[in-house]
Design a protein around this ligand. Sequence first.
Ligand code: NAP
Length: 267
Amino acid sequence: MDFARSYGPWAVIAGASEGTGASFARQLAAKGLNLILIARREAPLRALADEVRRANGVEVVTASIDLATLDAPQKVAAACGDREVGLLVFNAGADPNASYFLGAKYSVWADLVQRNVNTMMACAYASAEAMVKRKRGGILLLNSGACYGAAGGITTYCASKAFMLCFAEGLWAELREHGVDVLTLVMSTTDTPEFRRLMAERGLPVPPGIADADAVAALGLERLPHGPIQNWGEADDQIGMAGVSAAQRRERVVMVSDITKQMFAKA
Ligand SMILES: NC(=O)c1ccc[n+]([C@@H]2O[C@H](COP(=O)([O-])OP(=O)(O)OC[C@H]3O[C@@H](n4cnc5c(N)ncnc54)[C@H](OP(=O)(O)O)[C@@H]3O)[C@@H](O)[C@H]2O)c1
């Protein structure tokens, strides 16, 4: 597959300054895509932009945007301008709070939902509209095993990731006939700077054998045409912690989407 032809010439990475976001940037630039890199911290974005420009000769734009703010979608759209975006990678999404629901101010959870749900959905909407017109493109949403069920201490995080799971499944069903691929990559514990910060704050060691950020990004790009779900470390037909395989969930999405299609056709 010619990746740049399917998903180029520009890719947006929301949450690109480190970890899996930076891994996506390096791998996409190596495939010849130009990049729009978004995160809050401008300095690591600029350093990454310089690195991939030098290494790959691609064009790179950076934008310092807090994706948890109400006007983030407009700012992302402004950063994209009239560039032809063929791939959206929505990577930002961890829960840095390590708190029970009532243990933090409500605004903390509202911000998390704003970033993981509203801004993610708005970016997907804007990207999908243009991609459907072009009949090609990809939307890759970085998820967590937390999407399959909640637990105390990560309540709002789990709920936001469950939204992403259902959203990705439905969007995959709607866009695939328009030539646009949608995948949510369900990650397990991954060695990112944010994960290391969280462990260090608690005086805990980084556990051995956790996923590598470069490997996670590589899997996401490889499996993008095979949505809607890829579970880290699991084959498509493997029943893992979710109690259901990606293949079984795909089958259900197709079956229910056929029913809604018939209902819409009669209306
Ligand atoms: N690491 C894990 O063990 C793990 C496990 C399962 C799932 N995941 C998922 O993997 C993805 C990446 O996680 P991560 O561990 O790298 O942590 P993360 O906090 O999601 O950070 C990833 C990137 O997002 C940016 N970011 C975070 N909040 C932002 C905001 N409000 N506005 C703009 N940019 C923002 C960060 O840059 P700035 O700080 O410069 O803004 C960073 O470049 C997330 O979706 C997470 O849910 C991670």
